[in-house]
Ligand binder design. Sequence first.
Ligand code: PEP
Ligand code: MN
Length: 366
Amino acid sequence: MHIEPLDSWVAGFKKPLLIAGPCSVESEQQFSETVAGFAGLPVNFIRGGIWKPRTRPGSFEGNGARALDWVDEVSKTHPLSFATEVATAAHVEAALSHGIKLLWIGARTTVNPFNVQQIADAVKGKDVAIFIKNPINPDLALWKGAIERFSKVGITKLGAIHRGFHSFQETKYRNPPFWQIPLELKSELPDLPLICDPSHIAGDRELIQEVAQRALDLNYDGLMIESHCNPDAALSDARQQVSPARLKQILNSLELRSSSFSNEQIKDELATIREQIDQVDREILEAIATRMSLVSRIGDYKKENNVAIFQISRWKEIFKSRPKWGEAMKLDPEFTMELYRQIHQQSVKAQTRIFNQEDEEIDLNI
Ligand code: PEP
Ligand code: MN
């Protein structure tokens, strides 16, 4: 996949890329006031919803194409690079006719390969950047598939926006981040810029700073933050929008981590800790191998005595005790549970192999 680095196409790019602006462009006045509030902030693109995909009918669905005229009007006094969401080929056409250079695909669109393909066909051959939000469901393949569709039609200015995932469970965040999914995407597509949208993850303006910091700690390439001149009066996503003044405070409070270690001493210390980690990993694998050899012995014993492989009471006991043991060592019980689920699966597999192997041997003897 050919992906152009951000510094090759974003004027004056400095990490993190910053996309800020209202959830929706509500009026020329609201947009102009919000943009004016960004004076002095390192905003690379001003975002604004023109067409709003709402979960339920009856809520504010955006102002449509007329809002693009307001954006044009405001950009006469405040030169700006505008970015918006497109969900249909008609949106693409309208946005491109206004010279918009960055479009994103919303979370509700990424879930549908037919829609994504239609949008990809509409941008084929155009000089436009496309950022793809994660699908609302935690499905990495669907996210990657959408990115591939744009790559296949020749789009090279690509990026992924992590906006969190829908969950049936009550969580602290509106859309829990499940960080392992975007990190897996980044490890599979290391050149793809990864942008965090802490506004849609948090759903609450009080939590935006902590989510944004977490993203920077994980070496994200940029942030997309919803900002409105009068957040409480916003027609969509009011709770999660921040005023430009608050945005400034958040940005000032964020600590940037460097992605490499230039300082020699830090490098040395890091190398030493990594050596220790390597050693511990060897010990972990040795301990697991020892455990597996004990499991084989038990397998032999069960076979000889005609006892079933899976002893539910034993596994109940293990799943009860191990998370507790781990917790006493400050390990997350969920993590220990997951670890033992994997170990259990492997043990059952190994014992099944023993049972079958012996059968084969018996067969051969016959
Ligand atoms: C938005 O960016 O305002 C939006 C609708 O986001 P998402 O697609 O992430 O829900
Ligand atoms: Mn929004």
